[in-house]
Design a binder for this molecule. Structure first.
Ligand code: NAP
Length: 381
């Protein structure tokens, strides 16, 4: 029997429930495809509250070492305190392993309740730069020694006079890191026969960060993909259209003309906002998957957080983690496993036996628990 190892982080809050449900689905899909001739050995990696209880550390070195060794992991959500306390473990993982591409596909599954007239028109894959921008974690609280020194420096050197009680954050966006995320988005568009790549930025206001991201995006496309790319003003049959949009306008575009967009590539903060907004258009965070991918290591995760108010109630939708698993299986070349999970997931939605988030918006739906939803997916494979 062939066996291979994948790491998992259960996560905080609802993580425990959605991981248990998702694992059931993943193992069943493997059984269906390989009839036990190949299995996954799930290796638990401790992080978050569970790790703190065991090791007194929210992200133990052993977890980092294990991820480095395994190269592939899937994780539930991890809590982050707001405005104080430790730094986001999610951001730390992305930066530690240089998982520079946060990839979030957003498409409609038939039958999912949603606020749009034609939700099926949205079918995008968002490439969010994951390591730079305001998420780089370079910030100082108001009144701190560092903030006061930087305020003095800005005043002395550049005559920039800011209020003394300002908190400060730095927004780095570099050419190399812009190149690599745009390169990855264009390569994905080519490999998957997508129609266009849209660079989303706020370069009209933040000229030397977001504006530079746009400029470098066009630059790398010209350097490395010249024969595969065309511009909006000169559309050529069979080539990928490279275009750009200002971030605020893009929110409107995705609502009003979603079918004009396909692959989207954008700096960190825009990508965070855009992916939640897109997820809402097709039915919400409960079914929004994601992946954080570097050159060697990939960590797959639900887009949503730990929803602590629902922790241990066996209530929330495990769909986002199940679909993150679909991405993971595609990534490791198990496309048949990925495909039967996705098809069974679609059938489970159409059966109208769904978790509270979908049931409350669906006519004639039966509300089921997190684990029952997963069992239904398994029975429909
Ligand atoms: P959240 O956990 O994403 O929950 C916000 C709301 O989204 C929930 O109240 C619920 O809506 C809905 N929701 C989330 N997960 C769902 C699921 N599986 N099924 C159905 N609905 C779901 O956001 P938050 O409350 O702002 O954040 C909680 C914690 O998670 C924070 O510590 C935050 O830092 C962390 N977080 C972690 C990650 C990550 O690990 N990658 C990402 C984001 C946030 P209703 O109330 O309408 O039912």
């Amino acid at each position: 029997m062939e066996c291979f190892k994948i790491g998992f982080i259960e996560g905080d809050g609802t993580g425990k429930d959605i991981w248990k449900a998702s694992k059931l689905v993943f193992d069943e899909a493997f059984r269906k495809v390989y009839n036990n001739s190949k299995i996954i050995e799930w290796v638990e990696l401790l992080a978050g509250v569970k790790a703190f209880k065991e090791y007194g550390d929210y992200l133990p070195q052993k977890t980092l070492d294990d991820i480095k060794f395994l190269k592939i992991a899937i994780k539930g959500p991890l809590e982050t305190p707001i405005g104080e306390g430790f730094r986001s473990l999610n951001v730390t993982l992305r930066q530690y392993f240089d998982l520079y591409a946060c990839i979030r596909p957003v498409k409609y599954y038939q039958g999912v309740p949603n606020p749009m007239k034609n939700p099926e028109k949205l079918d995008v894959v968002i490439f969010r730069e994951n390591t730079e921008d305001l998420y780089a974690g370079i910030e100082w609280s108001a009144g701190s020694k560092e903030a006061l020194m930087l305020l003095d420096f800005l005043k002395d050197k550049y005559s920039v006079d800011l209020p003394k009680d300002s908190g400060l954050g730095i927004k780095p966006i570099s050419r190399e890191k812009s190149y690599r995320i745009v390169r990855r988005a264009i390569q994905f568009a080519l490999d998957n026969r997508r129609k266009s790549v849209t660079i989303v930025h706020k370069g009209n206001i933040m000229k030397y960060t977001e504006g530079a991201f746009r400029k470098w995006g066009y630059e790398i496309a010209e350097k490395e993909f010249k024969e595969h790319i065309c511009l909006e003003k000169d559309i050529q049959q069979g080539k990928i259209i490279l275009k750009d949009r200002i971030a605020d306008a893009m929110f409107q575009q995705l609502l009003l003309r979603p079918d004009e967009y396909d692959v989207i590539v954008t700096p960190n903060l825009n990508g965070d906002y855009l992916s939640d907004a897109c997820a809402a258009q097709v039915g919400g965070l409960g079914i929004a998957p994601g992946a954080n991918i570097g050159d060697e290591i990939a960590i797959f995760e639900a887009t949503h957080g730990s929803a602590p108010k629902y922790a241990n109630l066996n209530k929330v939708n495990p769909g986002s983690l199940i679909l993150s698993g679909v991405m993971m299986f595609e990534y490791i070349g198990e496309s048949e496993v990925a495909s039967i999970i996705e098809k069974a997931f679609q059938k489970a939605i159409l059966s109208k036996k769904v978790t509270y988030d979908l049931a409350r918006q669906m006519d004639g739906a039966v509300e089921v628990s997190c684990s029952s939803f997963a069992e239904n997916v398994c029975s429909l494979m």
